[in-house]
Write a protein that binds this ligand. Structure first.
Ligand code: FAD
Length: 294
């Protein structure tokens, strides 16, 4: 395929996705591509459309369960420097989508800007957080967005104001685009106070979250009225239940961990088991929060 030779960025064929997901699970992607800049990205999207090869974006892979058989797609990774920039303009932080959420939070802190502290400890990139409207402690990243610049799959760039974006619980409607950059609107704050809040959020997380084994965070969304998915799974007595190398975390029942050699099929089996038991006992339908790449 000639288009591959014309790309300036890195192109890997049959790249194992397990190398790029926090679960350490996933078969080969047809192509794993890191465009070198915006023009390279546009060229890639146009060619992919021309040759009818589906494209999907991966951030840090912390919210994905990828099939053991892999993906017949181009998996795009925005690692180039142009997607990693952060700058400040008054009370606003302008961030590339490839920047880690940890860096966004620490940059806001260093600039004395408050409003993102609740995101401390959520792994992944800003792009992934915006696509899934990541949140914690009753707050969501979407609430801090002023505007987002995206590229559509024809290579056209547009800027969306927050009111044009359908932010909802763990969704944004942005998955149909490649998110390039966001302007986050914050407030001036006192640096020591911001630091203190971040430390409090981090230690609250350390007390309840799973760190011992690879995982992808909460596998199910919290059902709106019925309480936390983890509490319902726990009440069904499923903590510690395993399938192959996958196990429902002993620490947090909405986490599934890879104890060493878990397959995507193992994780799915546990998800089905948990969903079935919760439905039988509480009549509640659990919906996946992690993205299933099958
Ligand atoms: C230990 C742990 C704790 C976690 N805690 C939380 C939590 O408290 N709250 C929470 O909300 N989540 C949590 N998560 C889940 C996850 O970290 C977040 O959802 C994170 O925002 C995902 O970012 P990512 O870069 O890893 O995205 P990925 O997992 O790589 O991708 C997730 C989705 O976003 C899309 N995407 C990524 N980048 C782009 C882009 N540039 N343009 C368009 N689409 C894109 C992908 O196609 C995919 O559909 C946790 C995960 C772990 C492992």
């Amino acid at each position: 395929m000639n288009w591959r030779k014309s790309l300036k960025g890195k192109v890997l064929a049959q790249e194992p996705l397990k190398k790029h997901t926090s679960f350490r699970i996933g078969g080969p992607a047809r192509f794993f591509i890191e465009p070198s800049d915006i023009d390279d990205l546009r060229f890639l999207l146009v060619q992919a459309k021309r040759y009818k090869i589906p494209v999907t974006v991966i951030g840090a892979g912390t919210n994905i369960l990828a099939s053991d058989r892999g993906l017949k797609k181009i998996v795009l990774h925005l690692s180039a420097r142009c997607f990693q920039k952060i700058s400040r303009d008054g009370n606003r932080l302008i961030c590339g989508s490839g920047v880690s959420l940890a860096k966004v939070v620490s940059s806001a802190r260093e600039h004395g800007l408050s409003g993102l502290e609740f995101l401390a400890g959520i792994p992944g990139t800003l792009g992934g957080a915006l696509a899934g409207n990541a949140g914690a402690w009753g707050r969501e990243v979407g609430s801090r967005v002023k505007e987002i610049t995206v590229m559509d799959h024809s290579g056209a760039i547009k800027t969306l104001e927050r009111k044009q974006i359908k932010f909802a619980y763990r969704s944004s409607g942005l998955a149909k685009y490649v998110i390039l950059e966001a302007v986050l609107k914050l407030c001036r704050g006192n640096r020591p106070r911001i630091r203190k809040k971040i430390s409090a959020y981090l230690s609250a997380r350390r007390n309840k979250q799973e760190y011992a084994f690879p995982n992808a965070g909460c596998v199910f969304r919290n059902p709106s009225a019925a309480g936390a998915a983890g509490a319902l799974i726990d009440l069904c007595g499923l903590k510690g239940v395993s399938a192959g190398g996958a196990q429902i975390s002993l620490r947090h029942a909405n986490f599934i961990v890879n104890t060493g050699s878990a397959s995507a099929a193992n994780v799915l089996a546990l998800m089905r088991e948990a969903a079935k038991k919760v439905k039988e006992r509480f009549g509640v339908d659990l919906q996946p929060e992690i993205k299933l790449w099958f």
